[in-house]
Design a protein around this ligand. Structure first.
Ligand code: FES
Ligand SMILES: [Fe+2]
Length: 443
C-alpha cells in the first residue's frame, strides 16, 4: 500500500486483510486515516463516557471526550444522564472548563450565555432585545448526544441517531460485562477520579491488546506476574494457552484466563474477591456465568471501539489475601500516534472500606502509569509505533496469523454466548477489533 492523499472504502477493504489475518501498518500511523476514523467510527459507534457513581446526584457533572469532541456528562433533575457537546452555540468556546462538579446549569466564560442541565439556552448576558427579534434563540441550545444509555452502571453515548439501542449494540457482550460490572445486587462503584496519561502510540493498539493479546502476556508481564500474582511464567503460559477467548459480536471481544487445572485445588475459588461476597456473587450470576468466574485468574475485554476492562488478583505480601483490581479505561485518540489513557478502578459497593482501599491500591500498582503492567505494555506499544512509522517500514503489514490456526476452532459447549475459542493465544479476538473497524471505515 502506497501513501495516499486520501483513502476511500476500497482502500479500507485492502488495509485489513481478513483472509490472511494481516493489517496495513498505515492504519496505526497515517494521520489522514486517523481523521477519517474520527468521522466514521467515533461519530457513529457508542462510546463510553462515564460511570453512574461518578454523577450520583442531580446537577453532578464530569467533562469527557467522545473522540476528539469535548462533552459534558451530567445528571438532570429527572435523574437521567445527559451528554452535551462542550461548545457554546454562540462563538464556540468550551462552556465547562472543569473536570468535575455540581451545578444548576452552565455559563459560558466568553460572553456569559447560560444553559440548563439539558443544554437549553436560558439567558444571554445582554438583553435579547438588542437582537431586535431577528434571531430564533430556540436554535441556540447546546447540542445533545443523539442517544445516551447505560448498562450495569456504565454510561455510553453516541452522536448517531440511527445507531441500534445500547442494549442491542452491546448485545451478547452484556453476559460478559455482568461478570465484572453486574455481579452483586448493588453493583460497582468507581474509586475516585480517573488517572490520565499519554502514550505515543495509536489508540487501536491498546484496544486490540485488551481484546486480547495472549502471547504478549508472558513475554512482557511474566516476571512481574511471578512477583505479584505468585504465578510462575510456565504456569502462566499454560493458563493462557488453555483458556477461552470470546468474540461477543459487534467488535466486542475478550479473554477469560482460568486457574490451571492442576492448581484449582490449591487456589480458593473467586481469587481476589472479598470472601463474604462470594456467595452473593454465586447467587446473583447465572450458573453459566458462575462457571466461568469461579476459577478466573484474569479477565480482559474491549467493547468496540475504545472501552476496555481488566481484572486480576495480586498479593501485597505473602501473609495477605490476594485482592482483585478491576480497571476500566478509554483509549482516547489524540492523533494517529498519540493516545490518552483514561483509567478508573471499580469495586463492589457492598465491600468494606478497607477492602475498597486495597482494591484501589492493587489497581494503582498494576494498571496505571506507575503500575507494573502498564509500563510493560506502553513500552511495547511505543516500540511498535517507532518500528512502523518510517517510509520503508510503514509499507509492511502487522501480523495476526495465529488466527488462521484458531478461527475455525470454536468451543461447542461453552457456557456463554458469542463465538468462544479455546486459547488466549489465538489472536482471533484481537484481530476481530480490526475487522469491526474495517466495517465502519468501509461504510
Ligand atoms: S462564546 Fe459562549 S457566550 Fe459567546
Ligand atoms: Fe499487557
Amino acid at each position: 500500500m502506497l501513501i495516499k492523499e486520501s483513502f476511500g472504502p476500497a482502500d479500507f477493504e485492502r488495509l485489513v486483510d481478513e483472509e490472511n489475518a494481516t493489517a496495513s501498518r498505515l492504519i496505526f500511523t497515517d494521520q489522514s486515516i486517523f481523521e477519517i476514523e474520527q468521522e466514521k467510527v467515533f461519530t457513529k459507534a457508542w462510546l463510553y463516557v462515564g460511570h453512574d457513581t461518578e454523577i450520583p446526584n442531580a446537577g453532578d457533572y464530569v467533562t469527557r471526550q467522545m473522540g476528539l469532541d469535548p462533552v459534558i456528562l451530567t445528571r438532570g433533575e429527572d435523574g437521567n444522564p445527559r451528554v452535551l457537546l462542550n461548545t457554546c452555540p454562540h462563538r464556540g468556546a468550551q462552556v465547562c472548563g472543569t473536570d468535575v462538579g455540581n451545578t444548576k446549569g452552565f455559563i459560558c466564560p466568553y460572553h456569559g450565555w447560560a444553559f440548563g442541565l439539558d443544554g437549553e439556552l436560558k439567558a444571554t448576558a445582554d438583553d435579547k432585545e438588542l437582537y431586535e427579534g431577528k434571531v430564533d434563540f430556540n436554535t441556540l441550545n447546546m447540542t445533545s448526544a443523539a442517544q445516551v444509555g447505560s448498562y450495569a452502571g456504565l454510561i455510553f453515548a453516541t452522536w448517531n441517531e440511527e445507531a441500534d439501542s445500547l442494549d442491542d449494540y452491546l448485545g451478547d457482550a452484556r453476559w460478559y460485562l455482568d461478570l465484572f460490572h453486574n455481579r452483586t445486587p448493588e453493583g460497582m462503584e468507581v474509586l475516585g477520579p480517573p488517572q490520565r496519561w499519554v502514550v505515543n502510540t495509536n489508540w487501536k493498539l491498546g484496544a486490540m491488546n485488551f481484546a486480547a493479546d495472549g502471547p504478549h502476556a508472558v513475554q512482557v508481564h511474566g516476571p512481574i506476574t511471578a512477583a505479584t500474582f505468585n504465578v510462575p511464567p510456565s504456569i502462566f503460559r499454560d493458563a493462557l494457552v488453555d483458556s477461552p477467548a470470546v468474540s461477543m459480536g459487534n467488535g466486542h471481544n475478550g479473554i477469560f484466563t482460568q486457574i490451571p487445572e492442576e492448581l484449582k485445588d490449591q487456589v480458593p475459588p473467586y481469587l481476589g474477591t472479598y470472601p463474604d461476597l462470594v456467595p452473593v456473587i454465586e447467587e446473583h450470576l447465572s450458573p453459566g456465568q458462575t462457571s466461568l468466574n469461579r476459577h478466573l485468574l484474569a479477565g480482559v475485554t474491549t467493547m468496540f471501539p475504545n472501552f476496555s476492562s481488566v481484572q486480576g488478583a495480586i498479593t501485597f505480601d505473602t501473609e495477605s489475601l490476594p485482592v482483585n483490581f478491576l480497571g476500566i479505561r478509554v483509549w482516547q485518540p489524540i492523533s494517529a500516534t498519540e493516545t490518552e489513557i483514561w483509567n478508573w478502578f471499580l469495586v463492589e459497593k457492598e465491600a468494606p472500606q478497607a477492602w475498597k482501599e486495597a482494591a484501589a491500591k492493587a489497581g494503582v500498582r498494576t494498571f496505571t502509569p506507575a503500575g507494573t503492567f502498564d509500563q510493560d505494555d506502553a513500552e511495547a506499544w511505543v516500540a511498535i509505533n517507532n518500528g512502523i512509522s518510517g517510509p520503508v517500514a510503514r509499507k509492511g503489514d502487522i501480523n495476526f496469523q495465529m488466527a488462521l490456526a484458531y478461527r475455525d476452532k470454536t468451543i461447542p459447549d461453552f457456557p456463554g454466548p458469542g463465538r468462544a475459542y479455546p486459547s488466549n493465544y489465538g489472536e482471533v479476538t484481537e484481530f476481530d477489533v480490526l475487522l469491526e473497524w474495517q466495517k465502519y471505515m468501509k461504510s
